[in-house]
Design a protein around this ligand. Structure first.
Ligand SMILES: Cc1cc2nc3c(=O)[nH]c(=O)nc-3n(C[C@H](O)[C@H](O)[C@H](O)COP(=O)(O)OP(=O)(O)OC[C@H]3O[C@@H](n4cnc5c(N)ncnc54)[C@H](O)[C@@H]3O)c2cc1C
Length: 291
């Protein structure tokens, strides 16, 4: 590794000012689980690291019945996994976190880093997008809020400016008659990043049977997480049957762009997506109908 300046701002404003001052040559450092590896490999050689770990306004998880769940950017995977508040409001997140990496990475890795890395083989973005989650971002010109879907641009590329910081993820309260399921598949028997991860959230109409809103989000099968909008359109306005769930899976499998790699061939990954969408839709529907 090359030498670098190590900076420890106490506030978000200070951190943004430092990033601006070192324009293009500084990197935010949170848990370091992603960044350290890339620095050791020489892929990133920042002249300065802006460690945000001491910024208290980036910590904590809160729930407000109107605003929803607010997760600070510095909240770790492990904190989500064991949070009673998250378990009560969005148990799907606690369940998903149990499968993320290993306990060491879960203790270090943060929500902000997970999203800001733009790494395609991750889990949280799919779930957040299916729940219409928003990212709160602050830069030298002040705060802005965007749908999490709009963060992702390409492999390891986000829409964040170099001097911006993700401060919080906000998930609005789940509408009545909603159900969500997330299923990830890892092709390896050892702890590994997923080959595919599918989140499905369904909200039923007041009749209790027809799907009013459908979110089908595919992860790890392309440069960015992607909403399978054609599959969503297919099931919206209908009662979910096994055949319809299967059709949605087949359509969704064509709405992603997996590449062949160590985690499976393109065809294999499309087959996984087909199956995961079918299973996740059936489970989400069951949950919505019984909520
Ligand atoms: C062995 C291994 C297995 C893994 N398995 C999984 C898995 O199964 N599922 C999964 O989802 N993830 C997995 N990951 C990825 C892991 O989730 C991320 O590495 C972690 O969440 C990143 O958080 P961090 O705080 O360590 O980020 P850092 O390494 O500190 O930073 C990552 C990137 O984000 C930027 N950044 C960090 N925080 C912010 C912020 N608040 N605002 C703006 N930019 C910011 C940094 O500048 C850097 O570019 C795995 C990682 C490893 C090493």
């Amino acid at each position: 590794m090359r030498n670098f300046d190590y900076l420890e701002p106490a506030t978000v404003a200070e951190a943004c000012a430092l990033l601006k001052q070192h324009a293009g040559e500084a990197k935010v450092f949170a848990g370091g689980s992603h960044l350290t590896i890339l620095m050791k490999q020489g892929l990133y050689q920042p002249k300065a690291l802006v460690n945000i770990k001491k910024i208290s306004e980036l910590k904590g998880i809160q729930f407000d019945a109107k605003e929803g769940l607010a997760i600070g950017a510095l909240v770790t995977h492990r904190e989500i996994e064991i949070s009673a508040l998250v378990k009560e409001q969005f148990p799907v997140l606690c369940e998903a976190e149990k499968e993320v990496a290993n306990i060491r990475v879960r203790n270090m890795g943060t929500v902000g880093g997970n999203l800001a890395s733009g790494e395609p083989l991750t889990d949280l973005a799919q779930i957040f997008i299916s729940l219409d989650g928003q990212a709160k971002i602050t830069g030298p010109n002040g705060p802005r809020t965007i749908p999490i879907e709009e963060l992702f641009v390409d492999f390891y590329t986000t829409s964040l400016a170099e001097d911006e910081i993700i401060t919080q993820v906000v998930i609005p309260p789940l509408p009545p008659r909603s159900g969500i399921e997330y299923i990830r598949f890892s092709s390896s028997s050892v702890v590994d990043k997923p080959s595919a991860g599918v989140a499905v959230r369904l909200t039923l109409a007041s009749s209790g049977e027809t799907i009013q809103t459908a979110r089908i989000v595919l992860g790890c099968v392309g440069a960015t997480p992607v909403r399978a909008r054609k599959a969503e359109a297919l099931i919206a306005g209908k009662i979910l049957t096994l055949q319809l769930a299967e059709e949605a899976g087949s359509i969704a499998a064509q709405e992603c762009s997996p590449s062949s790699d160590l985690r499976g061939s393109e065809q294999y990954k499309r087959a996984i997506v087909r199956t995961l969408v079918k299973r996740a839709a059936a489970k989400a529907y069951e949950r919505a109908a019984s909520s």
